[in-house]
Ligand binder design. Structure first.
Ligand SMILES: *Cc1c(COP(=O)(O)O)cnc(C)c1O
Length: 385
């Protein structure tokens, strides 16, 4: 077999996308112009929310939600340790504290039963500090939203949806992003659609949207006077080129989601006979999966890192996904987390591999990846460590 080079991800940029970006560059409006407004309209319509506020990253959108909801020092926010780090860092930005709860072994999303058990176990005083939950739709699979909404209500918690990985995903027929008081999408080049860098906050809460608009632009008031600042703000604005790219990409969002689903299906078929590999599990309440990455799990006892090394050497770019947040060096240092604190997250993390995954991944590339994976598994055989 001749060696191929298969990247982990690759943005899908067509001529029309390029024209859209160049078109903006021929106008006077490179920032604060009509494209951001158009992009926000498209995104709020898509997510089914009243408002959308475009910003320069998904992380910025999360930060504005935390700040906008008034979460700060002394407050505690429940979230998952199995995620990209910004879903937890946004809590630290405002000096609040994350309270991690372990994930469901199958869906890899926050485990609603464990969340309830955790809340039940807290003293009245501790419970009083818990203000919110940031629930992530991990890898594009919706969390069990009926449960989280019910828990949020019961314990009077603000509910935030980190849907950065789940644009277009649906839970029981309803689109992700709209389940909490506010949700987030992100547009880094490995996400379902890209704006280069970028993110957006979606919400039905007029006050939160108003605050977010002000804070993304140096705390300016609605009058828009350039040197009037009503509150502490940031420069989190999305520029016009990015918004134009986002608008152009959103025109073919259905096609993009279908292409990704097709790639996932091909992987699923070709991996079905590989005994040591567990393919992604999709819960029955998921009416539409929005594939962000294709993450497999190896059987226990296989040296995952050796398999990854072998694949990389064979030209197949792949990565462990994710390293648990609580075991990141500065989380250990700040909160004293250690191995064993969240056993399911740790067990899963030690066995995952994100395989190459993007819209235009070809069947022969998938075959190559699967073939090399089989070779890698054989070489590392389960009893070889
Ligand atoms: C990508 C991502 C974000 C936001 O990332 P940015 O790089 O800041 O746009 C937030 N949460 C999760 C779970 C993500 O995967």
């Amino acid at each position: 077999m001749i060696q191929m080079k298969v990247p982990l991800s690759s943005p899908d940029i067509i001529e029309k996308d390029i024209e859209a970006v160049v078109g903006v560059m021929k106008t006077r409006f490179l920032s604060i112009g009509p494209k951001v407004v158009e992009f926000e309209k498209r995104m709020s319509e898509f997510a089914g929310t009243k408002y959308a506020v475009a910003v320069n990253s998904g992380t910025s959108a999360l930060h504005l939600i935390i700040r906008g909801l008034g979460i700060g020092e002394g407050d505690v926010v429940i979230t998952t340790p199995f995620s990209f780090i910004s879903s937890s860092n946004c809590i630290l930005f405002e000096k609040a504290e994350p309270l991690f709860v372990d994930i469901d072994e199958q869906t890899l999303n926050l485990d609603a039963d464990k969340v309830e058990a955790k809340l039940e176990s807290l003293s009245k005083e501790e419970l009083g500090k818990v203000k919110a939950m940031i629930v992530v739709d991990a890898f594009g699979q919706p969390a069990d939203w009926d449960r989280f909404k019910q828990i949020g209500k019961k314990y009077n918690l603000r509910l935030i949806e980190d849907s950065a990985e789940a644009l277009g995903a649906e839970y029981k027929g309803r689109k992700c992003g709209s389940f909490g008081e506010a949700g987030v999408f992100a547009f880094y080049p490995n996400k379902q659609i890209t704006t280069g860098e970028g993110g957006i906050l979606v919400t039905d809460d007029a006050e939160l949207a108003r605050l977010a608009r002000s804070m993304r632009s140096q705390g300016r008031g609605e009058s828009g006077e350039w040197l009037d600042h009503e509150r502490l703000g940031y420069n989190y604005r999305m520029d016009e080129m990015s918004a134009a790219l986002g608008c152009s990409q959103m025109k073919r969002i259905e096609e993009i989601l279908d292409k990704r689903a097709k790639v996932a299906r091909m992987y699923g078929e070709k991996l079905a006979e590989v005994e040591e590999v567990q393919v992604p599990f999709i819960a029955d309440y998921v009416s539409r999966m929005s594939w962000f990455v294709y993450v497999i799990r190896l059987e226990r006892g296989i040296d995952r890192d050796k398999v990854i090394k072998y694949l990389n050497e064979e030209g197949v770019q792949c990565k462990p996904y994710f390293t648990p947040i609580h075991l990141q060096p500065f989380y250990r240092k700040m909160f004293g987390y250690k191995e064993g604190d969240f056993p399911i997250t740790e067990d899963v993390s030690g066995r995952t591999i994100a395989l190459p995954f993007f819209n235009n991944l070809k069947e022969e590339q998938i075959e190559y990846v699967v073939e090399k994976l089989k070779c890698g598994l054989q070489a590392q055989g389960k009893n070889s460590i």
